[in-house]
Design a binder for this molecule. Structure first.
Ligand code: ADP
Ligand code: MG
Length: 398
């Protein structure tokens, strides 16, 4: 895997450690409604302090687009940071210049300083070298713990890494190791599940995966498009009929690439997209003209579970059905539980990611049983697409 420094590799003692974190948490009426992202940076901050370093946190919040927007000040996150870290957190109204320098000069070992929203400065998203130099001038070491922002080549995610000795924070390290175990250098055979609504949003992902995995399970709304591509009627289902040619190409390419594609063999159909709508299980080619496919059926789940059992590694993005509305979460839940059981038994490495996927796996109650669940969103998807992430490349040695 990519060779990068961790916190253990650099001498942090007495140094100001500019630490890029993702604390872009949901806030309502000035209150943090989900502090998960803040809690996840705690090990990195503590480990830097334990090695004598003084963490100065760099982060973005929301999309101020290069201007100071008071409602998007990071100052409002100070109380949530203090309670997660169990210590006072200092704050600087500026991320560069005299005020930031003075705030840094006041720091002693044990302190934590949060700098104002990097996206208040146009140089952040432009990855402007002058802005990068101003930020880098505040410290001696750069640690990036924001994998979820690593698909952006911004000053705080990429530019600074070129100016200071750099290392991955604990969260970045865990994420990179998990991703490497899932696709970079996995135990084989590898199975990927790709579900969700549309083929069009996941085309690059599918194309990349057929080159890398032995089994590709296609579920969710996008499976409907693949059924259409095979001449199967899908009634009023969500399906992208204009993507049928593309789906056929993927099916053809997969054969040449040694990847077996698994489509639903049975389906759960209903007349309306609503919770507890009357539903029935039918063979995959029997969808009535006035019904829609909202989930995979039990025979499909059984087949998927067999594929899991014959695999060493699983990578999962996208639910198998309309998991938000019961009972159309059944296939996603059952497949998630099968993967969780194999993982608990040490037979499977299971890695998952994606906004709705994380929600679906939490709902299925398996979040703690998977080997790793990435909350990185866009960065995770770009990585699954086989793209190089600028924030990761910048940390890579040599
Ligand atoms: P992720 O955010 O994990 O990448 P997606 O956004 O691609 O996942 O897909 C999730 C969405 O796909 C969910 O809102 C789910 O309801 C929808 N979906 C899955 N299967 C179906 C289906 N058969 N019909 C309609 N929508 C579906
Ligand atoms: Mg989504």
């Amino acid at each position: 895997m990519a060779d990068f420094n961790t916190i253990d590799d650099l001498d942090l003692d007495g140094k100001i450690v500019l630490t890029r974190v993702d604390i872009n948490v949901p806030v309502e009426n000035g209150r943090v409604t989900d502090a998960t992202r803040i809690e996840k940076i705690v090990p990195t901050v503590k480990d830097i302090q334990a090695r004598g370093g003084i963490p100065v946190l760099l982060a973005h919040f929301d999309r101020p687009k290069g201007q100071r927007v008071d409602a998007m000040s990071l100052k409002q996150l100070v109380p949530a940071l203090e309670s997660a870290l169990g210590q006072p957190v200092k704050f600087s109204d500026e991320a560069i210049g005299g005020p930031a320098k003075r705030a840094v000069a006041d720091l002693v070992k044990g302190d934590v300083l949060l700098l104002e929203n990097t996206r208040f400065y146009p140089g952040e998203e432009a990855n402007d070298p002058t802005f990068a130099a101003s930020v880098a001038a505040l410290g001696q070491i750069y640690v990036n713990d924001a994998f979820s922002a690593a698909h952006r080549a911004h000053t705080s995610t990429e530019g600074i890494a070129r100016l200071l000795p750099s290392a991955a924070g604990r969260l970045m390290e865990a994420e990179l190791r998990a991703l490497d175990a899932a696709l970079g250098n996995p135990d084989r055979p590898v199975t990927a599940i790709v579900g969700g609504a549309k083929v069009s949003t996941k085309l690059e992902l599918l194309t990349n995966l057929i080159e890398k995995v032995e089994h590709l399970v296609i579920g969710g709304g996008m499976a409907n498009t693949f059924l259409v591509a095979q001449g199967i009627e899908v009634g009023t289902s969500l399906a992208e009929r204009d993507m049928a040619d593309t789906a056929r190409e993927i099916l053809e390419k997969s054969a040449g690439a040694g990847c077996t594609i698994h489509l639903p063999v049975d389906i759960v159909v209903a007349r309306e997209f609503a919770a507890n709508a009357p539903s029935e299980v039918l063979p995959a080619d029997q969808c009535p003209a006035d019904a829609m496919i909202l989930d995979a059926g039990p025979a499909t789940v059984a087949a998927i579970s067999e594929v899991f059992a014959a695999s060493r590694t699983l990578i999962w993005n996208g639910p198998l059905g309309a998991f938000e509305i019961p009972p159309f979460d059944a296939a996603t839940n059952a497949a998630a539980q099968a993967a969780a059981a194999l993982t608990r038994d040490g037979k499977l490495v299971s890695v998952a990611g994606g906004g709705d996927t994380v929600a679906a796996l939490n709902k299925a109650g398996v979040a703690d049983d998977f080997t790793y669940i990435s909350t990185a969103g866009g960065a995770f998807l770009e990585w699954m697409e086989g793209k190089e992430l600028p924030g990761v490349v910048a940390l890579t040695k040599g």
